[in-house]
Each structure stands twice: as C-alpha cells, then as structure tokens.
Design a protein around this ligand. Structure first.
Ligand SMILES: Cc1cc2nc3c(=O)[nH]c(=O)nc-3n(C[C@H](O)[C@H](O)[C@H](O)COP(=O)(O)O)c2cc1C
Length: 336
C-alpha cells in the first residue's frame, strides 16, 4: 500500500538504476532506525520455523532472484521483508563493469522489465566480506557465480573453482547459469565444482539456472548433465529473449529499447512449462526453484503445483513492492 501509493510513483519517475541506488540507500538507512527495522520485520515475517527441503534450509519457499542485489550490499536489510532466501550475484572473481548504461528498462503497462546488465558486480573479495558480515543463519543465501568475462578454457574452470572455494563458508547454495560457457567447457566446470563440493565437510548444493528459451531437448541435455555429475537441482528459469508475449507495447517501442531479455509478466508461461517438464522428467529428488514471470500469489501457487520446491521473484518485487512477499508465502503455505 505504502509502496504502491508513495514510493513506487516516486521511484518510477527515476531512471531504473538510479531508483535502484536510492532504494538500496533507503534500505541501508533503516539500520540507523532500529525501531523501523523491527517494525518491518514484524510486519513482513510470516513464519520463523525452519524448512528443510532437498539440502536447502530456509524459513519459507519464497526467495529473491539473482540480479537485484548483485554485490550483496543489503542482504540483511532485504531479509526484513520476509524472503526465505536471497540469491546474490551474479558474482565474478574480479570486479566487473557490465554493459554500458542504460541497460535496464521498465515496461510498466505490462509489468515487465527488459535488461542487458551484463555481470556488473564488485567481485569475489568484496562479496565475501559483505556476506561474512550478514548475521549467521538469519537468511539463507545463494550465490550465482560466473567466470571473468575474458577467461577461457582452463582459466574459466579455475575461475569457477575459485568462486566456490572463496564463498563456500558464506553461501548456502551456488547457482551457475547454463550456457555461460560452451557445453564441452561446462562438463569440465561441473566436474571440478562437484569434486570441490564433495571434498568439503558441509555440502553446499550446486544448481543450474536455465534460460527461459531452452527447448525440451535442451532440458534433456541438462537433466543428463545433472545425473552424470550428481548436481542438486535447477533454477527454472531466467529471462526470455522472446518479446512476443509483451502486450501493450508496439514493435517500434520494443525495438527502440535495443537488445535485452524480458523479465516479469511478459515472459508468459515459459518458466512454468519448463518446471513442469523438469519435474516430470527429472524425478522427485531434483531440487527445483521456479522463477520467471511469478507476479501474483496465484502464480506462486501455480509454480509449486507445476513441481517447484521453491519460488523466486524479481519483477514482482519491483512492481508490487514488499507486500507481495508475505502474500505469496501465505498462499504457498496454505497449500501444505
Ligand atoms: C535488471 C536485472 C538484472 C538481472 N541480473 C541477473 C544476474 O546477474 N544473474 C542472473 O542469474 N539473473 C539475473 N536476472 C534475472 C533474474 O534473476 C530472473 O531470473 C528474471 O528476472 C525472471 O524473474 P522475474 O520474472 O521474477 O523477474 C536479472 C534480471 C533483471 C531484471
């Protein structure tokens, strides 16, 4: 209510990344008003009981997708708004500038976003230090990891291993974007990472994040890789390159934005269909985080019905504000 009536109209008048920076500054500011933080936690927390599901322990099934807090700047503050888990990143070994701005575009008439951020992030060292400061156990943290953009071959494999080793003590699970390296190199990356995972005293699940435009053959390839390497699960899915589902915008308006992938309502049902396929063909042991186009409590329910264990949101948080988190949590909890 407060968000949609006051904060959103103000933020939506600003360029998206400027709005993002101001939102993060406001979140940081709440640290100086402990009573406000306590009030927010009170208002948005739905349940504090721990939920254990396929190797991930968290307090509810609704999480924040990668890309909002790429540099782990406000993980603790964001956790006030009820998320059961927060995925930070994508993080690379070295700091990365990402693509030139503007690189995020709102499509408010159809609750969607188009983005081409690239992997702008402050790098492994900074993210490790920030996550180490997040109060232990307060919120479950996943980290989406990648290689440095210029790394190829053996160097790329070493980058992923460096990320895993460097963040192992501060992350509860790891995600790697399927397609971030070619198939042959991905084999090497996955072998190296699962070997690291199995050598550590505590198992940190490794998930593959799939693009929304993946075909059924592509998903079969992913499921085979998961079985071969003993991976833990998937995040299905990331954004789509298909703009045909984005309504209320002309082709010319969409073309004027330039390159970029669609998130939010304009993704249509792609991610739900992927989750359905993956659950039916991946078996009951596969951990599935359903993401992409989950905008309402009914969408979250549908994602769970399709077979997801957990749900992640990004665009819904931008368009609906924090109130959507407990609404989704309650709807999903009522299904149990
Ligand atoms: C501005 C922006 C930046 C993003 N950055 C990343 C990223 O760094 N890594 C990643 O795996 N996904 C990234 N994503 C994709 C989201 O994690 C999510 O998969 C996608 O937005 C679909 O979910 P939604 O429909 O709930 O927004 C980004 C999305 C947006 C809109």
């Amino acid at each position: 209510m407060l968000y949609k009536s006051f904060l959103r109209p103000f933020l939506f008048r600003l360029e998206p990344e400027q709005a993002h920076r101001i939102t993060f500054a406001l979140l940081r500011l709440t640290n100086y008003i402990p009573l406000f933080r306590a009030a927010m936690r009170n208002r948005y927390q739905y349940e504090e009981e721990r939920l254990i599901c396929r190797g991930i322990v968290c307090k509810n099934r609704i999480g924040l997708s990668a890309g909002m807090d790429k540099g782990a700047e406000v993980v603790d503050e964001l956790s006030d708004y009820g998320f059961g888990f927060i995925e930070v990143g994508t993080v690379t070994p070295d700091p990365c500038a990402g693509n030139p701005r503007p690189r995020i575009f709102r499509l408010p008439k159809y609750q969607s976003l188009i983005s081409r951020t690239g992997f702008n992030n402050p790098g492994l060292k900074v993210v490790r230090e920030r996550l180490a400061r997040v109060r232990a156990g307060r919120v479950t943290v996943g980290v989406n990891i990648n290689k440095n953009p210029q790394s190829a071959g053996r160097q790329a494999v070493d980058d992923f291993v460096r990320m895993y080793d460097g963040l192992y003590t501060v992350a509860d699970y790891f995600t790697i974007n399927w397609g971030s390296v070619d198939d042959a190199l991905m084999e090497e990356v996955l072998s190296a990472l699962t070997a690291r995972r199995d050598a550590k005293p505590v198992r940190r699940p490794i998930l593959l994040k799939l693009p929304a435009d993946i075909t059924t053959e592509g998903m079969d390839t992913v499921l085979a890789a998961i079985a071969r390497h003993g991976l833990d699960g998937v995040v299905a899915t990331g954004p789509t390159t298909d703009r045909s589902q984005v309504r209320r915008y002309t082709q010319a308006e969409l073309a004027a934005i330039g390159a970029g992938s669609v998130s939010g309502k304009g993704m249509g049902l792609k991610s739900y269909m992927a989750v359905d396929y993956l659950r039916r063909h991946g078996g009951s042991d596969l951990l599935i985080i359903g993401a992409g186009g989950v905008m309402t409590p009914s969408d979250a329910e549908r994602m769970i019905r399709m077979g997801a264990d957990f749900v992640q949101i990004y665009s819904a948080f931008i368009y609906e504000g924090p109130g959507i988190v407990p609404e989704m949590i309650i709807r999903v909890a009522e299904m149990e």
